[in-house]
Each structure stands twice: as C-alpha cells, then as structure tokens.
Design a protein around this ligand. Structure first.
Ligand code: ADP
Ligand code: NI
Length: 220
C-alpha cells in the first residue's frame, strides 16, 4: 500500500472533476472507490494499490465532457502515476483497467481478465444500478436534454460506442439498453450479490413508472 499516492490521486481527481455533471462527479468516484474496496475484501484477492488507483482515476477525462470519443482517462492516469514516481509496470496495469472499464454500448473487442479489472469494473457498474443508478440516469438525460420517456421511440441496438454516446433516445430506453443488462455482466460473485438487489429495485421502479404512465382508475 502507498497511502501518500492514494491521497495525491484523490486530490488530483477532485481538482480535475470540479464542475463535472453530477453523474460523474467526485462522489461517483468516491462510491466506486469504496465499493471496489468492499468487493476486494469479500473476494479476498486482488492488488489493493492497483484497485484503488484504477477506481480513483477511471473517469479522470471522460470523453462525454471533452468532445472526443477516445477515452483519455487511461493516458491521463498513466502520466499522473509516472509523474508521482510509480513504476511503469504498475502504472501500465492501472492504465489497462481504465482503458477497458467503460461499457461502450456493450462492445469491447479486447477485454482484459485480471481480478483487479473485474473488481473495479463491477464497482463502476454497480454505481449505474439501483436508486443511485436511476438518479444518475435521469440526471444524465436532463444534462443531455433528453425526454424521460417517449413510447414512440423504439429501443436500439448500438453498433459502436460512438453511436451509443450520440443517441438522443429517452432515458427510460437506457434502462433496457444498458442498466437492466448489468446484473448479468457482473464479473465477481460479490458483485453479482450486490447487483441482484439493485436490479430488483430498478424493476420495481419501472413497474411503478409504467403503472403511473398508463394510469387507470380502479372502478370500485
Ligand atoms: P460507462 O462509462 O460505463 O460507459 P457512462 O459514462 O456511459 O458509463 O455513463 C455514466 C452514467 O450516465 C451512468 O449512470 C449511466 O447509466 C448514465 N448514462 C449514460 N448514458 C446514458 C443515457 N443515454 N441515458 C441516461 N443515462 C445515461
Ligand atoms: Ni465511472
């Protein structure tokens, strides 16, 4: 462990994410960082320094807020870690995790398979589920000026991450295109356990949403 490096990564992230929309702010990073530590404890394996650094730095240069689709977070993280004196091998491990962590419409031709990657990806995905996931989705939709729901707009199957991020579909569609799929994409048993409760909560939310959308007074 290297508490000084973790502290300076935290300070770096906080300063970089100032003013980011609230789905990707410091609190998202903090939740993912804490969740990654919880999952590692449950799994009882994984290099803690790599996990914590990847969790803290994974959204450092989100493409949605930099007008570029190529995710620069991995390079930014690598440069930061080298400047902080971390050895190249460890910095490269963190970079690889960040490079592959994003969902990108479900398309990742070259995924990596280390326990550190699996844990950090699960932690990030869990933050897109449950009550927080619902709040983040509608916040993101509002930020992008998208409707909550429009029954006329069908679900889409995105062929590239560019298409996925350019979509103007309503936020309810996002539940079917991404959020409800996350439960089956969990990498670890611990992640799966936490995901199943959050998944159920999203299903209940959608049931109630459509009950209200199609409101029928009871005739009793
Ligand atoms: P990832 O990095 O896993 O691809 P994103 O950066 O795309 O995730 O998404 C960050 C947050 O914004 C998540 O909570 C996600 O559910 C939400 N979000 C992303 N795209 C949309 C969308 N089209 N509609 C609503 N919410 C979205
Ligand atoms: Ni994230």
């Amino acid at each position: 462990m290297n508490p000084a490096l973790i502290d300076s990564a935290k300070a770096f992230v906080k300063s970089r994410l100032e003013g980011a929309e609230s789905g990707h702010d410091w609190f998202h990073i903090e939740r993912v960082w804490k969740m990654a530590r919880v999952i590692r404890k449950m799994e009882k394996k994984g290099d803690i320094l790599i996990i914590e650094l990847a969790a803290l730095l994974h959204d450092i240069a989100d493409p949605k807020f930099n007008d570029a689709y190529h995710d620069r977070s991995a390079d930014t993280a690598y440069d930061f870690l080298i400047a902080e004196g971390l050895n190249r091998d460890k910095a490269a491990q963190v970079k690889a995790i960040i490079n592959h962590i994003s969902f990108k419409g479900g398309i990742d031709p070259a995924r990596i398979d280390t326990i550190e990657f699996k844990i950090v990806q699960d932690a990030d995905r869990l933050d897109a589920m449950g009550a927080i996931g619902i709040a983040r989705a509608f916040n993101y939709g509002g930020f992008k000026n998208r409707p909550i729901h429009d029954p006329e707009i069908p679900l889409q199957n995105y062929r590239s991450s560019k298409e996925y991020h350019a979509s103007a579909a309503p936020t309810i569609n996002h539940f079917y295109e991404k959020l409800l799929r996350l439960k089956d994409l969990m990498n670890t048993d611990s992640g799966r356990k936490i995901a199943s409760e959050r998944h159920r909560y999203m299903e209940q939310f959608l049931q109630q949403f459509f009950r209200e959308w199609n409101f029928q007074p009871r005739n009793d």
